[in-house]
Design a protein around this ligand. Structure first.
Ligand SMILES: NC(=O)c1ccc[n+]([C@@H]2O[C@H](COP(=O)([O-])OP(=O)(O)OC[C@H]3O[C@@H](n4cnc5c(N)ncnc54)[C@H](OP(=O)(O)O)[C@@H]3O)[C@@H](O)[C@H]2O)c1
Length: 406
């Protein structure tokens, strides 16, 4: 089923109505108002292990980060990994839940003066211990809080997906340029040994001439509703699984092919009468055609049995990853003729600290960011093209910068 209604309304917001929306945003920004959903505190997630003792002293020259949004990913994956970083440390935290702010602040040894609510966030501008802000909020809040962080004079590391639309990404890039501060998107697979090894193999033509990439990122979401779970709310999650999970497969298709698609055809599916999919898609399937003639099939679902896989097939062999983009436990196999090689290029766990160190190095040494805002913008443009194709039932042709050809 093509969901034209969803996409038409979405496209009005991000496409046809962009000029009017832009004026609205500028007007509201001038008044210091937010135009989208509000940031609000949430309960402590289940299963969080807070450190028994605050982390050891900070290395000289280390970059101080403020973590904004103390949710599942921040508390279980990111904050514990600062201990493995040589160049980054937690200098502040921002949360809408005062009890959680205190509990987490005490556990991580964050001074009380460096614990902020969403209302007091602007005061971070006068805290010199904070040089960067790591935005780990629901996606629909990324653009607004990146702009606020830049207005406070901080560098920004922003979780994926960068935002909900190309227009929002452009606003974030413009704010970064105005503030003369760095903007990095937290695409952790660019720092993960298995994905890095796969990129190197593809660059070395390990499968011969590339013919087909297949990626699937799927799981079955439990019963939920948009008011209970931001991941099924359109205002906070956009179209759903593609922005949240399928984006890993979309990214892999680009970094393994080394090409930009020249056209996309796609289909979306949304079952009727399922509260999980009242506002978002259940399933997205996109076919990308590259200038070389290779194609990529990118599939993602919130309503099918779990799979996390990437496969690149060429004239001489095939590279297989399953799981491909997890926090740990990834695999990488290269098959060529009768040869089958299982590669173990390193510990996936390093991806988190390497990502932090990467932004710290960019700040300290002015080195280039390999996952900049422009990459996040590119991906949101491709996502918009996928939805446009699904809505129209037509193949969408693309310019090299991923904008749609009119
Ligand atoms: N790179 C990865 O592998 C990866 C994995 C998972 C998630 N992520 C990304 O990380 C971000 C957060 O995801 P998550 O899984 O951590 O989400 P989550 O567990 O729901 O946490 C989100 C946090 O954001 C804050 N928040 C502020 N306004 C909110 C609102 N209106 N609704 C819900 N939460 C609100 C809350 O923190 P306070 O209570 O402290 O205010 C909440 O705990 C997303 O951008 C997601 O795509 C990335």
């Amino acid at each position: 089923m093509f969901d034209g209604d969803f996409t038409r309304r979405r496209m009005i917001a991000v496409g046809g109505g962009v000029a009017a929306a832009g004026l609205l945003v500028q007007g509201a920004a001038a008044l210091g108002q937010s135009t989208g959903p509000a940031a609000t505190g949430k309960p402590m997630p289940d299963g969080v292990d807070l450190p028994a003792n605050p982390p050891a002293t900070v290395q000289p020259g280390s970059v101080g980060f403020a973590i904004i949004g103390l949710g599942d990913y921040a508390l279980k994956q990111i904050m514990p990994r600062f201990a493995q970083s040589g160049r980054a440390h937690i200098a502040a935290i921002v949360s809408g839940n005062p009890a959680k702010l205190k509990q987490v602040g005490d556990a991580y040894g964050v001074p009380e003066s460096a614990r902020y609510s969403y209302d007091s966030f602007a005061q971070i501008a006068t805290n010199p211990a904070v040089e960067a802000v790591y935005i780990i909020l629901p996606t629909g809040l990324h653009a607004e809080w990146a702009e606020r962080a830049f207005a406070a004079g901080k560098h920004v590391l922003c979780e994926k997906p960068m935002a909900l639309s190309g227009a929002e990404c452009e606003r974030m890039i413009a704010a970064s340029q105005r503030a003369n501060r760095k903007l990095m998107i937290a695409y952790r697979c660019h720092f993960e040994p298995y994905n890095m090894a796969a990129m190197a193999l593809m660059e070395d033509d390990a499968v011969g001439a590339l013919r087909l990439i297949r990626t699937e990122h799927s799981y079955r979401m439990g019963p939920t509703t948009p008011s209970e779970n931001w991941r099924v709310s359109r205002a906070l999650a956009g179209g759903g699984p593609l922005e949240d999970y399928g984006i890993y497969g979309l990214q892999a298709a680009l970094y393994l092919s080394g090409e930009m698609p020249e056209s996309i055809s796609a289909a979306t599916y949304r079952p009727a009468n399922d509260p999980r999919f009242a506002e978002i898609f259940a399933h997205v399937s996109a076919q990308l055609r590259f200038p070389s003639g290779a194609t990529a099939h990118v599939v993602t679902s919130y309503d099918s049995a779990g799979l996390n896989m990437v496969e690149a097939r060429g004239t001489e062999g095939v590279l297989k990853m399953q799981p491909a983009t997890n926090y740990g436990g990834n695999t990488l196999t290269l098959e060529a003729g009768r040869n089958r090689q299982e590669l173990t290029p390193g510990d996936s766990e390093v991806q988190f600290a390497r990502q932090l160190d990467h932004l710290a190095s960019a700040i300290r040494d002015n080195t280039p960011i390999i996952t900049p805002g422009e990459m996040g913008l590119r991906d949101l443009r491709l996502i918009e093209a996928i939805y446009a194709s699904a809505a129209s039932g037509q193949t969408v042709r693309l310019n090299p910068d991923a904008t749609m050809r009119r």
